[in-house]
Design a protein around this ligand. Structure first.
Ligand code: ADP
Ligand code: MG
Length: 405
């Protein structure tokens, strides 16, 4: 049996008309001879009646300190409502369909309530229903511990569910349906003429996703690439081919060798912290002390530059106060720059190409954008800028590298 995993995001499921479109995509896959295994998110976004945030706000209004175990039971409801609604839609059109929770679909996780990791997938119920020619709808974003407790998989969890099922079922592809045409050269909400990429490598999309492009969750990409299952990012509301994510674009190398940058992405709301360590004797290992203190406090650090006398790094704005407090308690005098944004240029084609950094600086300087920090790898260049300059910086880089339509 040829399995096809199809994942539909929350915005694709909010109205009856949209759910009809979703049903059409599922039935089209079935008509093409696939066994569709459909993963759904909760319907809508924040504020919509059955969206996860709405359910959480409702209970937090009664008691804001419920346990993570209880919270997981609550957060799993949105996808259950959504999945059963899709079964009703499909059966209303005469197609046999069944709904499975994450646990029933065989998704077993660790005990990390509210941000659990999948430890194994045993899709025997899926195989059974598929052999009876029933369309299987699975609740995204959730699993079950070995002891039968419901867990949720954290941000972007439905993408992760789809990828894990794609691997477990050895699917032909994992289709991620969303509200845009595919993976674009930048967030279309910021760059109007962002272009949809036909193809992208797992590595590039991982970098884009880690650096803020929320169109797909990086964990999902990492899972799919373990078994080389192709991912296609497509639009629920159109027949556009979308973006194909695969291990390499060998086929294309001859034709499009000139693609140095594939996309520009961004992470807002970060604070830069700069600490002079020269007053501290090196025998006290001040650099080690700083990062141990952050680690012990569970503060995740990014954009780390260590020089002999200076340590620079970033943290999320909302935990910056705590990080700075810890540093001051230890006798450091950090220089703090809040409200910054990390803007990244990603492209496998930049490896070994001289002058990419110079081009990036030229593009930003021409727009009068101050660069607070940079770092680079073989496929990404990161720049820290003031948040007020973020959108201007994204557009400047997008234009400079002519990434638009
Ligand atoms: P879903 O509910 O379908 O999972 P998401 O909101 O998680 O949808 O992801 C889709 C959104 O990702 C788009 O509406 C778009 O604004 C945003 N996005 C950010 N960067 C990109 C990018 N490079 N390409 C495409 N979409 C992007
Ligand atoms: Mg998403």
């Amino acid at each position: 049996m040829k399995y096809l995993v199809q994942k539909f995001g929350g915005t694709s499921l909010v109205t009856p008309e949209l759910r009809e479109q979703v049903a059409r995509k599922i039935i089209a896959a079935k008509d093409e001879g696939y066994a569709p295994v459909v993963v759904v998110s909760a319907m809508g976004r924040q504020g919509d009646p059955y969206a996860t945030d709405t359910l959480v706000k409702f209970v937090e209004g009664i008691n804001s300190s419920i346990s993570p175990e209880a919270l997981d039971n609550l957060m799993a409801c949105g996808e259950i409502i959504s999945g059963v609604t899709m079964v009703a839609t499909l059966e209303g059109q005469g197609h046999k369909a069944v709904f499975l929770t994450g646990g029933q679909a065989g998704i077993i996780t660790d005990n990390g309530h509210t941000d659990a990791h999948i430890v194994k997938v045993d899709p025997k119920l899926i195989h059974q229903y598929v052999s009876e020619r029933v369309i299987v709808i699975v609740a995204g974003f959730q699993g079950q511990t070995e002891n039968g407790m419901i867990t949720t998989l954290g941000r972007g969890g439905s993408d992760t569910t789809a990828a894990a099922l794609g691997v477990a079922l050895n699917a032909e592809a994992i289709d991620i349906y969303t509200d845009v045409d595919g993976i674009k050269t930048a967030d279309p909400r910021i760059v109007e003429n962002a272009r949809t990429l036909d193809e992208i490598t797992y590595n590039e999309i991982c970098q884009l996703a880690h650096e803020g492009a929320k169109v797909i969750h990086p964990r999902a990409v990492e899972i799919a690439m373990q078994k080389n299952i192709p991912i296609r990012v497509k639009c629920t509301f159109s027949d556009a081919p979308g973006t194909l994510v695969t291990a390499s674009y060998d086929k294309r190398v001859e034709i499009k060798r000139d693609r140095i940058i594939s996309g520009i992405t961004h992470i807002p709301n970060v604070t830069q912290i700069e600490i002079t360590t020269s007053e501290f004797p090196s025998s006290e290992y001040p650099q080690l002390k700083i990062f141990k203190a952050m680690a012990n406090a569970g503060i995740s650090v990014d954009f780390i530059n260590i020089h002999p006398d200076v340590v620079i790094y970033t943290v999320k704005d909302d935990i910056a106060g705590r990080a700075v407090g810890l540093l001051e308690d230890m006798g450091f005098a950090p220089i703090v720059t809040p409200k910054c944004a990390k803007v990244s240029a990603v492209g496998a084609g930049m490896a070994g190409v001289p002058g990419v950094m110079a081009s990036i600086i030229e593009a930003l300087v021409a727009e009068d954008i101050g660069i607070l920090q940079t770092a680079d790898s073989h496929s990404t260049i990161w720049c820290l800028v003031k948040q007020d300059d973020m959108e201007k910086a994204i557009r400047a880089l997008h234009n400079y590298f002519a990434l638009g339509e």
